[in-house]
Design a protein around this ligand. Structure first.
Ligand SMILES: Nc1ncnc2c1ncn2[C@@H]1O[C@H](COP(=O)(O)OP(=O)(O)OP(=O)(O)O)[C@@H](O)[C@H]1O
Length: 698
């Protein structure tokens, strides 16, 4: 078949499938707004179907794979799309949902005539692939057909022309879905079983965030009925990042998933008992000045997040739990007696896994009921005596310890063991703040852990938890989150090379994977970087200078662009003028939809933004509490740009004072935000992280 006739055949099919989709949308029926429960349930299903059809209407499918099952005489074409569509009358499958088992062939197939298999609910299905084709449909019209494999034709390896085309596009202010170009190594992660804690170490731009979001969509499809979107949660570093990723799930037909930050979530669990101390901003403390590695490694925040500190908290909790059974009997009147042995007996019918405060509340009620039944049995009517007995009971139950999470935490910090681990001064300061109900971010994990262990969780357990930028999470934070699940079902993703919050996060994934049984843990590495050109990735790898952390350097996909520019801008004033000039030049090309000027500190960024504004170049200056990311031209401190990406990036202060020898990870983060264009400017001395590189410095 010629390329042209293949195109015509596919264009006709797109038209035909779209006709079916339009027809189904037309006949979907009117909205139900009544009170009948069954009708309401049907309405939810109708609404979901409508959403799926609307997605399919924009782009019915993007791929075709011709697969011949071993038991079939001929190959059968399968069209893969974001949402499955069946013929309204015959039920014939017109489009296969990308998450269906058979669709895994499309992603996993990498060429060759050898038999391939996919896992169906009834077991492995074997067969051969005859064609793998990418199709691009826009506004209902077929625009592009690219065959990456045709059986019998000699070019064996699947050249991903389609992927390169997609990566070459410029980006706007939202992360996008990648269903049409999911890569084999990403697909494997997406389709991993639900009941695992899946850890992903992925280099910058390897698609970790994107893969995690696709995995949620997959799990909801694969385990429909068993898991629910309302019982899933995504943890991201900040609100702006959540805004940036907010487009992906709706595009995949997924809604209602809680998206939050660890701090927001933990404060909610603590139900207003404490607030974050606004007077201390960790970003200002750690990033506005040069801080040594040693300072970060020994920071109190790191110790508070450690398993050694958790062990102290656990000891304290165990001790508290053991004091549920009083040592003395309760004998309000001669001959009326509850002994500790009776209490042990009462408690033995309780679930011992129930949180302490729930068991305590039940015991107190039981004692009250016992007293009432005693005075009923003895026909006691004297009100004064009754009050006296109740007062005695109150005095007795007061001896059964009762704490709020901040009280227990404060009591622990007053003890010698905690002071030895954290230092007396740090403990005293935290106790002092707790009195005013103020805490630091580092106190959230211990507090919320104590709260969940002592009081339990009012919410149903989460079906799945996603943690993005998990290299910045302490083991204690993960332990706190584990309290909210019956069995581990998590996707934990990050990059040790981007671990710029060394004062809080981990140094090795073992610190986190060790918290889960080996059989329930999956560990994956993603080495290929899809975001940036080869030139940018090669440059960024050199910035890291083989730092390692046990992580392999990023491997770029074969997408070549412009060389990275490193420019000595002269004086400080000339440098600021150079920033304005560069931005204007980039804007004039019309190539870039999103651009960013990155600076080392918030102060440096404010100066750059002022210079741009004064020159009549509007920009948005990002601050740490930013809620939304608007695209266009952004000025942002490098540490806040983590997770984001821009068509073109200008690092405006690449001098040795701004980026010292300890800042390799920070500069790496900054460089890897760029998709197509990267430029570094400096005045004075160039940072040694770049100066020692074998690259041309302009
Ligand atoms: N298979 C793919 N096909 C097309 N684009 C992809 C693919 N995988 C990743 N990308 C693109 O690469 C970019 C980086 O993806 P993403 O932000 O998910 O990576 P990340 O690993 O979380 O990055 P970082 O750690 O640097 O924040 C995005 O623009 C994403 O759309």
């Amino acid at each position: 078949m010629t390329v042209q006739s293949a195109f015509q055949e596919e264009a006709a099919r797109v038209e035909n499938v779209l006709k079916h989709i339009h027809e189904q949308l037309r006949t979907i029926g009117p909205r139900y707004t009544g009170n009948d429960f069954t009708e309401q349930m049907l309405e939810i299903q109708r609404e979901q179907r409508q959403q799926r059809l609307e997605v399919a209407q924009r782009e019915p499918y993007f791929g075709r794979i011709d697969f011949q099952e071993i038991v079939h005489p001929a190959p059968r074409p399968l069209y893969i799309g974001k949402a499955g569509v069946a013929h309204e009358k015959s039920n014939e499958v017109l489009v296969v949902d990308w998450r269906a088992p058979v669709a895994s062939l499309f992603y996993a197939f990498s060429g060759g005539e050898a038999p391939v298999t996919y896992e169906s609910p009834d077991g492995d299905v074997e067969g051969t692939v005859h064609l793998k084709r990418n199709l691009m449909v826009r506004d209902g019209k077929l625009e592009r057909v690219v065959d990456s494999y045709v059986r019998g034709q000699e070019e064996e390896s699947v050249t991903d022309e389609f992927l390169l085309y997609r990566l070459g596009e410029s980006k706007d202010n939202k992360l996008r879905d990648i269903v049409s170009t999911i890569q084999q190594e990403q697909d494997r992660i997406i389709r991993t079983d639900k009941n695992k804690a899946v850890f992903i170490q992925g280099v910058a731009g390897s698609g970790k965030t994107t893969v995690a979001l696709h995995r949620l969509a997959y799990l909801l499809y694969r385990y429909a009925g068993a898991i629910r979107a309302e019982r899933m949660v995504i943890f991201a570093p900040n609100r702006m990042f959540l805004d940036y990723i907010s487009g992906v799930l709706p595009e995949l037909g997924v809604g209602d998933i809680l998206q939050t930050t660890f701090a927001e979530w933990a404060l909610e669990q603590l139900d207003g008992a404490v607030r974050l101390d606004e007077a201390f901003d960790p970003f200002t403390y750690w990033f506005e000045h040069q801080r040594s590695k040693e300072e970060m490694d020994t920071a109190t925040s790191r110790v508070k997040g450690s398993l050694a500190f958790k062990a102290l908290v656990d000891e304290k909790l165990t001790l508290t739990e053991s004091s549920l059974i009083p040592v003395e009997s309760f004998e309000p009147m001669a001959g009326w007696k509850v002994t500790p042995a009776m209490i042990v007996e009462w408690l033995s019918t309780d679930d011992s896994n129930e949180p302490y405060m729930k068991r305590r509340a039940r015991l107190v009620s039981r004692l009250k009921r016992w007293l009432e039944s005693e005075w009923k049995a003895r026909r006691l009517t004297d009100k004064t005596l009754k009050t006296k007995l109740s007062t005695k009971l109150s005095a007795y139950t007061k001896k059964i310890p009762s704490f709020t999470a901040p009280q227990l935490y404060s009591s622990l910090l007053g003890e010698a063991a905690a002071q030895e681990l954290l230092g007396t001064e740090a403990c005293k300061n935290t106790i002092k703040s707790l009195k005013k109900k103020f805490i630091l971010p580092e106190d959230l994990a211990p507090l919320v852990y104590i709260q969940l262990r002592m009081y339990g969780n009012e919410q149903p357990p989460y079906d799945h938890i996603v943690i993005d930028e998990a290299q910045d999470y302490s083991p204690f934070q993960l332990e706190a989150l584990k309290q909210c699940q019956r069995q581990p079902s998590m996707t934990v993703l990050g990059d040790l090379q981007q671990g710029i919050h060394g004062y809080a996060g981990i140094h090795s994934w073992k610190e986190q994977t060790a918290l889960f049984p080996e059989a329930d843990t999956g560990y994956f590495e993603l080495d290929r970087s899809y975001r940036s050109t080869m030139e940018i990735i090669d440059f960024a790898n050199l910035v890291l200078g083989g730092m390692g952390d046990g992580v392999k350097p990023a491997v770029p996909v074969f997408r070549s662009g412009e060389a990275v520019d490193v420019v000595d801008a002269g004086s400080n004033e000339e440098r600021l003028a150079g920033v304005v000039q560069t931005v204007k030049e980039w804007q004039a090309t019309g190539h870039y939809r999103t651009m960013a000027v990155l600076g080392r500190t918030a102060r440096a960024c404010a100066a750059i933004a002022a210079e741009l504004e004064a020159a009549g170049v509007p920009c948005s200056l990002v601050e740490s509490k930013q809620e939304a990311y608007g695209g266009g031209l952004t000025v942002v401190p490098a540490y806040l740009a983590k997770g984001l990406e821009f068509d073109a990036v200008l690092i405006a202060d690449a001098d040795a004072d701004s980026f010292g020898s300890n800042d390799a990870k920070l500069l790496y983060v900054a460089c890897t935000r760029a998709l197509h264009k990267l430029k570094l400017m400096y005045s004075g001395k160039l940072t040694t992280l770049v100066a020692e590189q074998p690259v041309a410095v302009g």
